[in-house]
Design a protein around this ligand. Structure first.
Ligand SMILES: [Ca+2]
Length: 219
């Protein structure tokens, strides 16, 4: 079965790469807003082994907005962040923009989504995490609260070719981007295609109402 893993597929050169792309969505209640691709990858300037994909207006220690990867196989401690080896983390922007990892389905199939998000900043407060199907339907929406909080999601969904599934990290209930570094835990953000299981499986979630969305985004 084909399988895509955000961490093991992570590209240091290309965006998009494989079925993954790294980018952002605008501030406010815009988890279904327009996706903007990040443009460049920069190594952390002090050489700690972390790299980040950023948008054209951003770089290290400016807005925070990015998708980050620890190129080392061992844990890196940087400031108050404890970053596991060869892992991917996401961080929203100081102005409320969302960090987004987008999976674009290569063909019509049933896909298994399996994701775990975890706080890795020792000063973590609240962070909003979302999974959005086709830029429209909320599959999952949760609040991470406090250091080491971790939450998981798994479902099977029927997806058509080129439809995107977005894994999103926002500033959350505290409406503040400080300490929001969120790990997309190694190998657990993945999508698996089942060629022989074609029954209607688009039922593994409940559509959320807009009030819930706003609860995580008070901008
Ligand atoms: Ca926050």
């Amino acid at each position: 079965m084909p399988k895509w893993s955000l961490s093991s597929d992570f590209s240091l050169k290309h965006n998009p790469s494989s079925a993954w792309s790294y980018g952002s969505k605008p501030a406010g209640y815009h988890v279904t807003g327009v996706f903007s691709s990040f443009t460049h990858l920069d190594p952390e300037p002090n050489g700690n082994g972390i790299v980040g994909w950023f948008g054209i207006d951003n770089a290290w220690y400016i807005h925070g907005l990015g998708v980050y990867y620890n190129t080392k196989p061992t844990t890196v401690i940087t400031g108050s962040v404890i970053f596991p080896g060869n892992s991917v983390a996401m961080h929203p922007s100081d102005d409320g923009r969302f960090s987004v990892v987008r999976f674009t389905a290569p063909k019509d199939e049933n896909y298994v989504l399996d994701a775990t998000f975890a706080h890795i900043d020792t000063c973590a407060l609240h962070t909003g995490v979302y999974i959005i199907y086709n830029n429209l339907v909320t599959l999952w929406e949760i609040d991470l609260a406090g250091p080491e909080d971790s939450k998981s999601f798994k479902t099977t969904i029927s997806v058509k070719a080129i439809e995107p599934i977005d894994f999103i990290v926002g500033v959350g209930l505290d409406n503040n981007y400080v300490c929001d570094t969120t790990l997309a835990r190694r190998y657990s953000v993945s999508i698996t295609r089942y060629r022989e299981n074609r029954q209607n499986v688009n039922v593994g979630y409940q559509k959320q109402n807009n009030n819930n969305h706003r609860a995580y985004n008070k901008i």
